[in-house]
Design a protein around this ligand. Sequence first.
Ligand SMILES: NC(=O)c1ccc[n+]([C@@H]2O[C@H](COP(=O)([O-])OP(=O)(O)OC[C@H]3O[C@@H](n4cnc5c(N)ncnc54)[C@H](O)[C@@H]3O)[C@@H](O)[C@H]2O)c1
Length: 248
Amino acid sequence: MDLSGKVAIITGAGGAIGRATARLFAQEGATVVLADLRKEGIEEVAREIADDGGKTSTVTLDVSDEQAAVHLVHSTLTAFGTLDILVNNAAISKETPILEIEAADWDRILAVNLRSVFLLSREAFRHMKTRGRGKIISMASASAKIGGLVVGAHYAASKAGVICFTKSLALQAAPFGINVNAVCPGPTRTPMTDAWGDKANKDFAAKIPFKRYGEPQEIAEAVLWLASERSKYVTGEILDVNGGLVMD
Ligand SMILES: NC(=O)c1ccc[n+]([C@@H]2O[C@H](COP(=O)([O-])OP(=O)(O)OC[C@H]3O[C@@H](n4cnc5c(N)ncnc54)[C@H](O)[C@@H]3O)[C@@H](O)[C@H]2O)c1
């Protein structure tokens, strides 16, 4: 899964799955642009990676902001001369029941989870198209396929949008040799699911054929495969990594 010489942007790189993905990419030789709303998280990841001998840069931004998204891709190109891999991983989630979702909350979740995927993928595609290669990987969710059992409908709907956007972009990017895929994690052991509480987590884990949640590293390994040359004939794929919770 060698990524030597590759330049990757990972959004939400200060979070659980983003961090695991960034560390794995760096171990495989990629230069990783760590992008996140929260500065402290990505600075910590950058230090961890530097301690292991890896190369990173950090960018603090709101991925739903068009100017900031455009700037992230442009500044990466200026700093490193290329962009080989984009991982759209940043997202927010809420467990609000539908009758309590305010319109502003709906808009915010859709903006961070879906609009950002469009904005960053558009900018990455613009560059990758001229090079005739590239990998775009976005984080969807099992809730996009079966509805949100714990997470809110706005979150699940945003992730369903990520799936359909991925397939549309895969069709348009294929003639240029670009792979566009998504990963659909089931519940994964992260602060996001910790916040659901012990009872909800125990009940949910019991419904999973493997009887446990995924680990951030296990999601990162799927992302790595999609970012590597080992998956070069794979595009438009929505890869389930969920211990058997959803099979389709
Ligand atoms: N944890 C799970 O069980 C689970 C399940 C299915 C899918 N996912 C998806 O996997 C991805 C990573 O999830 P996680 O559990 O590591 O989440 P997390 O909350 O640990 O990390 C998300 C990161 O995104 C960043 N972020 C939030 N809003 C942002 C914005 N506007 N601009 C830039 N950065 C922003 C946060 O600061 C955080 O560092 C997300 O897309 C999530 O929806 C997670």
